[in-house]
Write a protein that binds this ligand. Structure first.
Ligand SMILES: Nc1ncnc2c1ncn2[C@@H]1O[C@H](COP(=O)(O)OP(=O)(O)O)[C@@H](O)[C@H]1O
Ligand SMILES: [Mg+2]
Length: 253
C-alpha cells in the first residue's frame, strides 16, 4: 500500500514545493518507488523536476474526464509525476458538482498502490484543490518559516484539517511541522521557538527534529530540472532534507 504524503500551508514561500521536491528525490534515492503529484496551478514542482508542464496531459484533463490518469503520468529521474498547470486555476468554479472533494482520490485509486510513496504539493490556499489533497492523504507535513509573521493564521488550517477528518478522511494524520529556510546566523529567537511549539501543540502535532537550513543551491536547483537531492546532495539544506526523510520514514515522526 502506498503512503500518501501531502505538503501544505496556505502561505506561499514557506518551502512547500521545495519540500516536495526533496521528498521525491530523497525517497527515490533510498530506493522507494515514488509518484509526485502537483495540485498547484502554478506548476512549479513539475517545472523544477524538468517537466514541460505546458504540453501533454495534466491533472486538469484527468479531472475533466478528458484523459486517463495513466496518460497524465510522466517519467522523471526520480520516479513518476503528474503535472499541473494554469488550467487548474479555475477548479474552484469549474468543479462544483457533488463529490468534487474526491476528484484526486478517485483519479489515482487504480495506480497509487504501484508506488511506495505518493507526494502531493498543494497551492498556497485552503481551497478545493487543497481539500482534494487532504482527502487523499495519510500524512500531512506543514512547512513553516521561523519568523513570527509566518506563524500567524494557523487556526484556519486546523479547521480545514478537522473538517476533512470529520467528513471525508478520518485516517488523515497531521505528521509534523517542519521549520524551513532557517538561518543559523539569525538565531532562532526564544519567542519564535516558543510560538512554534505552541502552534504544534494547538494543532496536536509535533515539530520535526530536523530543521532545514538556508542554501543557495535550493534557489539554483529548479533551473536544472533535477531532483533537489540529485542536484546538490552536499548543500546544507539538502543534507537536512535527507535527514528529514530518514526521520519521516524511520518512524521518528
Ligand atoms: N532551504 C532553503 N534555502 C534557500 N532558499 C529556499 C529554501 N527553501 C526554499 N527556498 C526558496 O524559497 C522560495 C519559496 O520556496 P517554495 O518551495 O517555492 O515555497 P512554497 O511552495 O511554499 O511557495 C523559493 O524561491 C525557494 O527557492
Ligand atoms: Mg509552491
Amino acid at each position: 500500500m502506498a503512503k500518501v504524503i501531502a505538503v501544505t500551508n496556505q502561505k506561499g514561500g514557506v518551502a512547500k514545493t521545495t519540500t516536495c521536491n526533496a521528498l521525491i528525490s530523497g525517497l527515490s534515492k533510498m530506493g522507494y518507488k515514488v509518484l509526485g503529484i502537483d495540485l498547484d496551478p502554478q506548476g512549479s514542482l513539475g517545472f523544477s523536476l524538468g517537466i514541460n508542464i505546458e504540453e501533454g496531459v495534466s491533472l486538469y484533463e484527468v479531472f475533466k474526464g478528458k484523459a486517463t490518469v495513466q496518460e497524465s503520468v510522466r517519467q522523471i529521474d526520480c520516479g513518476h509525476f503528474i503535472p499541473s498547470n494554469i488550467l487548474l486555476s479555475t477548479a474552484e468554479l469549474e468543479f462544483s458538482h457533488a463529490g468534487r472533494e474526491f476528484l484526486l482520490s478517485e483519479a489515482i485509486k487504480d495506480i497509487k498502490d504501484v508506488y511506495d510513496y505518493v507526494v502531493i504539493d498543494t497551492p498556497p490556499a485552503l481551497n478545493i484543490l487543497t481539500v482534494n489533497a487532504y482527502v487523499c492523504a495519510d500524512d500531512l507535513i506543514i512547512p513553516m518559516i521561523p519568523e513570527i509573521l509566518s506563524l500567524l493564521g494557523i487556526s484556519q488550517i486546523k479547521e480545514t484539517i478537522e473538517n476533512v477528518q470529520k467528513y471525508y478522511n478520518p485516517k488523515l494524520n497531521l505528521t509534523c511541522i517542519l521549520l524551513t529556510k532557517y538561518n543559523k546566523r539569525a538565531a532562532l529567537t526564544q519567542e519564535v521557538a516558543d510560538m512554534t511549539q505552541k502552534i504544534a501543540d494547538q494543532l496536536g502535532t509535533k515539530l520535526a527534529k530536523t530543521t532545514i537550513r538556508n542554501s543557495v543551491a535550493v534557489a539554483e536547483a529548479p533551473a536544472h530540472g533535477l531532483g533537489l537531492l540529485e542536484y546538490s546532495p552536499k548543500a546544507t539544506a539538502c543534507v537536512d532534507y535527507y535527514n528529514f526523510v530518514k526521520e519521516l520514514i524511520n518512524g521518528g515522526l
